[in-house]
Design a protein around this ligand. Sequence first.
Ligand code: DC
Length: 226
Amino acid sequence: MSAAAEQIVVAIDGPAGSGKSSVSREAARQLGFDYQDTGAAYRALAWRCIHEGIDTLEPSDVIDSLDSFEWSIGINPADYFVRVGSHDVTEAIREPHVTSVVSSVARIPEVRGYLVEQFRAIIAQSTQRGIIVEGRDITTVVAPQARVRILLTASEEARISRRSAELTGVSAQATATELSFRDTQDLRVVDFMNAADGVTTIDSTDLDFEQTVHAVVDLVQASTPD
Ligand code: DC
């Protein structure tokens, strides 16, 4: 990116199962942008707590562990990875035992403060023309000044059926329970169900993957001169 070109930040929030991660990554690929999956950082911290035997229900223990938390997440959409220290945890952070404790680390204000700063630093370091950043509080806290701000929603039914298709060996009932439990926990910390002022809602309930990606790419292109 040349010094004169203004970086395009695209902030995307939404609930679990809305397709945010895969849609954001593919939209970034098509636009030639970087892509930051902020949920993966909360998951990496949860994975590390489990791995090191740190009790996620003891906020002070989780806060103390931040000093030695070494993590990195690939922001090139063609080379996505999540690492904690020397461990590649790209797959492991999606496992149900990590998902079931991630909300307890994400609700600790000191953890959020630490990660929000890191997310902003990663945005500032991106060398591409733009970066898509997705999570729960990107439009409101991490990057409220982003050029494009999107809330990606879908009906609960659609989100459960998408999540069920991703998880093999887990019943639809178990998926529904996990999804609604996690949304309830996460909604205590940040409202990602209602669009803040200036945020455009994309409801993907009746859109397939390509149509949803297209809707995001269209919004970004409409916001960009030339
Ligand atoms: O998007 P995800 O399911 O990978 O997110 C994992 C958890 O991290 C989710 O339960 C809520 C939390 N999270 C958050 O609190 N703020 C963000 N910006 C991203 C995720």
